[in-house]
Design a protein around this ligand. Structure first.
Ligand SMILES: [Mg+2]
Length: 326
């Protein structure tokens, strides 16, 4: 498995698996699946697992694990433009620790309640610490945001700021956890990401393609490009960097974190330039920063340029669980 990428693995073993059903609108290969259950809206379904030591530090606070287990799934629904509704939780625990479970519960509950999500079932089992959440929601029949709709000439945008979580992880792992407010802010983004559900809803009818940034901008934008059969040029000087990230690393390091760092859970999306005024209005109404970082082009692949338009090498690709890591 080690040499095989996660995406090759999915394509080879998990696409066209099981029966072919007419009610599957969109199957394996996007942030979430779309199925037609006969209602006014489509059902949107996703599942994501967090494993201790892989997706979160084994010594992360319990409430952060509860929060993040739901947040990563909410982010996938956000990337579809969906309204979340129900969650199922499968929890694997090395031992029953009431204090840890109280923390996990409170982190999960706070985020679920804020998004009107009910936990409706699940499973607990013994083993290495892992939390797997299945999330379901709704999206309008012709409204889902997908990865395959980007067209040459579309502008490329990202929400919020990029790279903080990856820097937070570095400080957490180094045991330098409270040396400044900037470090605390980066670690907070690592542990308690805030998925862009409201922005995803606002992008319905506006964005041509959308993905959430879980594995790093370069890798995740790459999925939009691949699925849409297009390429993109990204201007490195336009990448949105938070004040804390800027204070913690050099400009060059910050750009690498922004391009390749995982765990930001911002949205990356494309839209025709004519929609920019609507987009700006929608983002302002939500109080979410949205930054134009580049343009979709016909030629496949992702190209980086500096502020003089000179080509820059692409830093190593994002997190791929089966491809040898970061
Ligand atoms: Mg995703």
């Amino acid at each position: 498995v080690a040499a095989r990428s996660e995406f090759t693995l999915i394509r080879q073993f998990f696409s066209a698996l099981g029966a072919t059903r007419a009610d599957v609108v969109l199957g394996v290969g996007d942030d979430a699946a779309l199925v037609d259950s006969g209602g006014a809206d489509l059902l949107v379904l996703c599942v994501d697992t967090l494993t201790a030591g892989v997706h979160f530090p084994a010594d992360a606070p319990a409430d952060a694990v509860g929060h993040k287990a739901l947040a990563v799934n909410l982010s996938d629904l956000a990337a579809m433009g969906a309204r979340p509704a129900w969650a199922l939780l499968s929890l694997t625990l090395p031992a029953v620790d009431a204090d840890w479970l109280t923390g996990f519960r409170s982190g999960f509950h706070r985020l679920a309640a804020a998004h009107d999500i009910a936990l409706i079932g699940g499973d607990t089992t013994r083993g290495e610490l892992a939390a797997s959440v299945t999330l379901a929601g709704f999206v309008e029949r012709d409204g889902a945001l997908r990865r395959d709709g980007a067209h040459p000439g579309d502008a490329v945008y990202v929400s919020g700021a990029l790279g903080d979580a990856a820097v937070g992880l570095r400080y957490w792992q180094a045991g330098r956890r409270s040396e400044s407010e900037a470090v605390a802010a980066a670690i907070e983004r690592l542990h308690r990401p805030l998925p862009r559900v409201a922005l995803g809803r606002a992008l319905v009818g506006l964005a041509s393609a959308t993905i959430d940034i879980s594995d790093g901008l370069a890798a995740d934008l790459g999925h939009i490009l691949e699925r849409s059969g297009v390429g993109a040029v990204v201007e490195i000087a336009r990448l949105p960097l938070s004040p804390s990230l800027r204070s913690l690393c050099s400009q060059a390091e910050a750009a690498v974190f922004a391009l390749t760092g995982g765990d930001d859970y911002e949205l990356c999306f494309t839209a025709p330039p004519a929609r920019e005024p609507d987009l700006t209005r929608a983002a302002a109404a939500l109080g979410v920063a949205v930054t134009r970082i580049g343009t979709i082009e016909p030629e496949p692949g992702l190209r980086l340029v500096d502020d003089n338009g000179r080509a820059l090498p692409l830093p190593r690709a994002g997190y791929d669980h089966f491809g040898g890591g970061r």
